[in-house]
Design a protein around this ligand. Structure first.
Ligand SMILES: CC(C)(COP(=O)(O)OP(=O)(O)OC[C@H]1O[C@@H](n2cnc3c(N)ncnc32)[C@H](O)[C@@H]1OP(=O)(O)O)[C@@H](O)C(=O)NCCC(=O)NCCS
Length: 193
């Protein structure tokens, strides 16, 4: 199975589409906030050059055929409010990993829950993925709660797995299997064409 590329997904309040260079100013506002990047594996952006370097890494990842960087768009005003990364796609095992980021002004409104439900529905439903996983620092309470709320299972803790920003930390592994996914969750509408 080749990487299940996503062109466009719409949910109630948000939509998802592949990232573009024109998104970088909006993404700088998001990733330039140290509270947003606290648990992320990259430094807080300080300029559009940091964004361009990040985009080059995402494009290189896309070129390997194992990942795709999407952006989360608020449908009401088409503003880019976050990102959602599909990566480590393993074709033989029909498995991939998720990473996600939302601008701080948009936290706590269930918007990333909507995004994850929509993406997972499409990955499990029409794109044939069998297992989706995510790694989270246990101190990132919002992210752990988000995954549990969407239907992921906490499968275990990997001790002192990462060193980031000068701190050594454990990681919690969450997983969801296609047969566990509630049918119809996410109410997605793939765009025509
Ligand atoms: C993690 C993140 C995407 C959550 O997105 P969100 O749209 O705010 O998530 P939701 O509104 O669906 O909230 C998810 C759950 O976390 C809870 N929550 C939100 N912020 C919280 C906080 N600061 N502390 C504790 N719980 C929190 C919510 O109440 C909700 O739990 P519930 O469904 O049991 O009520 C967002 O906080 C974020 O972008 N953080 C910075 C980037 C990041 O850490 N990404 C994840 C890396 S693994």
């Amino acid at each position: 199975m080749s990487f299940p590329l996503i062109t466009h997904i719409e949910a109630e309040r948000i939509a998802l589409r592949p990232v573009a260079a024109t998104d970088l100013p909006a993404l700088l506002a998001i990733n330039g906030d140290p509270q947003v990047t606290q648990f992320l594996p990259y430094a807080t952006w300080s300029s559009l050059d940091d964004g361009a370097a990040w985009l080059a890494r995402m494009e290189a990842l896309g070129a390997t055929g194992t990942g795709q960087q999407l952006v989360v768009v608020r449908r009401a005003d088409v503003a880019v409010i976050g990102t959602l990364l599909l990566f480590k796609h393993d074709a033989g095992s029909q498995r991939l990993e998720l990473g996600y980021v939302l601008g701080r002004a948009h936290w706590g409104q269930g918007l990333m829950r909507e995004a994850l439900q929509a993406v997972c529905s499409q990955l499990f439903g029409t794109l044939g993925v069998r297992r989706i996983e995510a790694e989270v620092n246990p101190a990132n309470v919002a992210s752990c709660r988000l995954l549990a709320r969407v239907g992921f299972t906490l499968e275990g803790t990997l001790r002192q797995r990462w060193v980031g920003k000068g701190i050594t930390y454990d990681t919690q592994v969450f997983g969801c299997l296609s047969h566990e996914w509630p049918q119809g969750a996410g109410a997605i509408t793939p765009a025509p064409g």
